[in-house]
Design a protein around this ligand. Sequence first.
Ligand SMILES: Cc1cc2nc3c(=O)[nH]c(=O)nc-3n(C[C@H](O)[C@H](O)[C@H](O)COP(=O)(O)O)c2cc1C
Ligand code: SF4
Length: 398
Amino acid sequence: MNDKKTARNEGIILREIDVDAILIKVLKEDREDILREVTDSKLKGRGGAGFSTGRKWSLAAEARSDQKYIICNADEGEPGTFKDRVLLTDYTDALLAGMTIAGYAVGAESGIIYLRGEYVYMIDHIHDRIKNRYENKLLGDNIAGKKGFVFNITVRLGSGAYVCGEETALIESLEGQRGEPRNRPPFPVTCGFMGKPTVVNNVETFITALHILDKGAEWFKKFGTDKSTGTKLFSISGDCAKPGVYEFPLGITVKEVLTHIGARDAKAVQVGGASGRCVAHDEFESTLAFEDISTGGSIIVFGPHRDMLAVARNFMEFFAEESCGQCTPCRYGVEALLEGIEMLEQRKCSMKYLNELLGLCETMQVTSKCGLGQSAPNAFMSILKNFKHEILSRDSAR
Ligand SMILES: Cc1cc2nc3c(=O)[nH]c(=O)nc-3n(C[C@H](O)[C@H](O)[C@H](O)COP(=O)(O)O)c2cc1C
Ligand code: SF4
């Protein structure tokens, strides 16, 4: 059921605010009050997994250590996702202030922005904004006159591996190792960067937390649904009249989004990028929310003319390229699914083998070590489920 409460065009994130005034105000509060407010807001991380931000910050705050770290995950490698790019360039100070508040709340002195390699063009801009904040005593020692509060931010560049967006692979990469996911537990909140308690959050999460601490958890909860509070940014691309970055309240239906962006004739929508799932016409009343169709914000629209098997091939080629190869279900599975798609293209795939491939998908979901392998079959499975007739009746000469 759609229990959405709100006015849809009132933005939370894409809004002009006095960032420095909010930071100064928040730094006057007790750490416990900040943690409580973020927890009460029921904010869930905007990077895709949807873990409670208040809980993550509280766990890191409770951890005892001489050093703690705040990491901003600005890797943004999910195909079809480009909303963090907008935040990093147009809302840079809000991000830096959000990270600073996270540092204050959990007791960390160091922040690192892990920036997608392809975003190197914006690094000078980010460095300029950081420098400006040091000059204005909004970074560094005794921030905003708060004696003893120290917080520094540096920027580190990734090198284009999608798996390095996964938080433990990101940490490995930051430590100078190969970007391969770690076993969990331990989780980064207790044992992260350099073995120290580490909060890893998405760009949008830090900025949303800043807004929550400005206006309060109750205000934030007026947007979205009971289980998915607030608004969310969506990167919208594909066969639509108005692609771009949009802010919508969570709980909006796929159909409402399609109407908004001029895509009424869409035959399918890939929600959540390559690792998300393909939503067909008969599910367009479903909502974009953690309790229904969960997403980090990528929406790719497919018009009536699209060949959905070609779409599945495109995604699977991506995973075959990006799997780190560390564990067998993923390393072998993505190749086997890609081969299966080729057999379907040539009409050489029997129903028996197709069913075996679907069984393999389930094995990958359950046994792969990280989210890449666990989610790699999603597109294949949902496209096959929704477009079985189109795929099995296709002309092999295509
Ligand atoms: C393969 C893979 C790639 C990921 N890429 C990103 C990314 O680019 N940005 C991001 O914020 N989270 C990404 N994540 C999710 C992170 O592991 C982590 O959950 C997130 O950064 C936590 O931040 P949040 O709680 O604010 O969402 C990725 C996960 C996986 C499995
Ligand atoms: S699931 Fe894939 S990407 Fe993740 S650790 Fe295993 S091989 Fe590497």
